[in-house]
Each structure stands twice: as C-alpha cells, then as structure tokens.
Design a protein around this ligand. Sequence first.
Ligand SMILES: Cc1cc2nc3c(=O)[nH]c(=O)nc-3n(C[C@H](O)[C@H](O)[C@H](O)COP(=O)(O)O)c2cc1C
Length: 162
Amino acid sequence: MKKGIILYRSKYGAARKYAEWLRDMTDFSCAETAKIAVSEVDPYETVILCGSIYASGIVGLPFLKKNIGRWKEKKIAIFCVGASPFDEKAFAEIKARNLTGDLREIPLFYGRGAWDESKMKFMDRTMCKMLQKSIAKKRSGYIRTMDGGADACQRAELRLDR
Ligand SMILES: Cc1cc2nc3c(=O)[nH]c(=O)nc-3n(C[C@H](O)[C@H](O)[C@H](O)COP(=O)(O)O)c2cc1C
C-alpha cells in the first residue's frame, strides 16, 4: 500500500494552497479530484480531501461520496476551507449538512481561505451578494464578508497537535 494522498478541489486557489502545505508536511501525494481516476486513489492507505465551501457545500465531496464504498479500509479526513472565521455553531451546520450517510464518521477540519471579490467570476460575485442578503435576513449563516482582498490562508491552521 502507498502511504497517503491529498485530493483537492479549489476554484480560486485557497484549498489548493492548503493541499500543497499538507503535501509538504506529510510527503503524501497530491492531486486534483477532477484530474485523477478513482483507481489511482485505491492503492493509498490514507486519503485527505481538501475542498472549499460554496453556499455551505464542500466542493470535491461528491468524489468521496461516490467512492466511499470501495474505500472502507482507508483512513479518511476532510479539510474544508471557507471565508469566515471559525465559528462552532456554523461549523456544526456545515458538518451536519455535508457529512451524511457513510461520510458521517469522517473527521472534519476547517481553515480560513481567501475572499477577493475583484478576482471572482461574475456569477460567484452575484451569488455571494444574494447569499449575504439572505444571511442578513436570517441573522445566521456562514458568510461574513472579509474586507476586500483578504487572504486568510495560514499554514498554522494545519498544526498537527491541535
Ligand atoms: C459563491 C460563493 C459562495 C461561498 N459560500 C461560502 C460559505 O457558505 N461559507 C464560507 O465560509 N465561505 C464561502 N465562500 C468563500 C469561499 O469558501 C472562500 O473564498 C474560499 O477561500 C474559496 O476557496 P477556493 O479558492 O479553494 O475555491 C463562498 C464564496 C463564493 C464565491
């Protein structure tokens, strides 16, 4: 068996940054979910999925969901990346929403990503505005706008002793 692989899915680079830091810290392989065949993941003992959060969903998760049945013997963990500062209640919501069925017992971790509206595609910028409006109405939710251009990715989020 090979030791481990970090799989990531990232739109603007934040989850990729964490995946590459993890690769450097562990010596695991690293690959994008869209560019790897399931059979290439089979030989690894450990799989870590790094995916960013969009509208409360963790991207890259469908890849894991689809294949979890054949990876029952593997050690699996998920590291998700969102714009907001860590918040226990919001994190619990993300967990309940995303880790369902066979994914329920998988350990989930969180790190802060980046928020730069000037780099976002038109659709994403529009969607963020809509999400923020609905969150403001509900007085709950996960997106709190960061001041333009903030990159809050920190290698320290990956400390292994936490
Ligand atoms: C359309 C859209 C929806 C988002 N939804 C959330 C969200 O629900 N919670 C959150 O914490 N961050 C949210 N974000 C922020 C992203 O998770 C953040 O920018 C992250 O760093 C993106 O990572 P990536 O570059 O790897 O794709 C959203 C961003 C966009 C553009």
